[in-house]
Design a protein around this ligand. Sequence first.
Ligand code: G6P
Ligand code: ZN
Length: 581
Amino acid sequence: MVLFNVSRIQTTPFDGQKPGTSGLRKKVKVFVQPHYLENFVQASFNALTEAKVRGATLVVSGDGRYYSEQAIQIITKMAAANGVRRIWVGLNGLLSTPAVSAVIRERVGVDGSKATGAFILTASHNPGGPNEDFGIKYNMENGGPAPEGITNKIYEYTTTIKEYLIAPDLPNVDISTVGVSNFTGPEGPFDVEVFDSASDYIKLMKSIFDFESIRKLLSSPKFTFCYDALHGVAGAYAKRIFVDELGAQESSLLNCVPKEDFGGGHPDPNLTYAKELVARMGLGKSEPQGEPPEFGAAADGDADRNMILGKRFFVTPSDSVAIIAANAVQAIPYFSAGLKGVARSMPTSAALDVVAKHLNLKFFEVPTGWKFFGNLMDAGLCSVCGEESFGTGSDHIREKDGIWAVLAWLSILAYKNKDNQDKLVTVEDIVRQHWATYGRHYYTRYDYENVDAVAAKELMAHLVKLQSSLSEVNKIVKGASSDVSNVVHGDEFEYKDSVDGSVSSHQGIRYLFEDGSRLIFRLSGTGSEGATIRLYIEQYEKDPSKIGRLSHEALAPLVAAALKLSKMEEFTGRSAPTVIT
Ligand code: G6P
Ligand code: ZN
């Protein structure tokens, strides 16, 4: 039994430790400053209060990005000093964000213990490495991100912090070997358990999906498959699930070795950053070598996001959640008794709304940020939900789930192909059939990254001010293009949580058109430098003869209107967005 002591270390507050949409994300250079991480962790313990910290079992792991290992050792020493009873660490410090959620909800420790929270070490889809981003966020006992009530308290504590507790002589834990290490501090025992990162998650996936039917699909000579982990933590699950459990070829895995700098790439699964996959699927600038696979998917750094592709075909995340919802009951055993309800974030297209209406399902529109779905799920009101930002998931956990989304799509494909017809029903067939039934929501998002923060605020203020005169708005819109309908409503989205009554204001500026089109402007809550302006553009088309247009052509008039309304170039100096998805 190793004995350790507790030290109280004097410290002073750092500016700007306010958690964003998904925790605190900063450059590694900021995090490595003496006391920086420690202040945030102590503020988190203070905010959670002793009742939730003393004797607790906490998970500490993440996407394996640069600085994770050091952070795990620091947090472990601080947890020991703050009276935490045990720490659980995924092997090599790796746990995807959805796996953390699953571990909190499902895992039972070797001594029968259950976890009540987690520090997740990730900056999600932001690049990693010594010059890039690190991040930390706290998840609660339901497996979901801490609500604003807690994150605001954490922030308050960071502004007044004077000392933190740490066990400096607690030895570093070997996180590269499964096993339990036991220690004793002034208040009794403290354990660290290192466990296999994938097995709890795989068990959960097997209880949701029919692995046998997916295995059959993957073994069909008509079906070809490709999965790109972008060197994120999804790689720690991909081989075990897709190859070992479901029989996919190893050659169908791209970039599936987790790396602390994501191989120098930007681990965000979209058409811009998942270049290799996009090229392989026949969606790149040049023709691919050989026939593209029938199905392709990618994940972000912490494996909660997903991108779904068919052969030469992109499925928008907004369509993806709508299609999953429309097919869930038939194709996924977990949902066979029916869906409790569905939900999307405000900027996500209304494709899901149409499905909800057809199937007579409860429907919710929430602000951006997965935590808003958690309350609905805890109250039994929502089974499937999704966001335009490549997040899709269900109430099996309280995070979005990149691999779950892939398994959901494979299940739908398996279901549509169950009669083993000569011709494969493809991803594209499924999407086009969906549009024919429900209509199509043309959709695109323009991101202006790392814009001057003051300019971004001014642009947003200008857009809010404009809303006081719709006639002025319509003059500008019509000046940009005669091809768009009238703006009939403008506001800033405000959400009242139907479960706990909390109100979230200023959740994005909306311009709503007579024909159902929408323009939405939001400032990103996940960046680590400057400001990122997001512009979401959507147009609904019910006429079956008009659902096959190229998205950027169909949306061109609305794009012109949006750029003119916002004076985008004038405020930001940018003549084009950084990323279009
Ligand atoms: C994270 C959250 C998502 C949210 C996204 C928004 O990924 O988990 O729920 O949609 O951030 O990011 P943004 O940069 O648009 O604030
Ligand atoms: Zn993520």
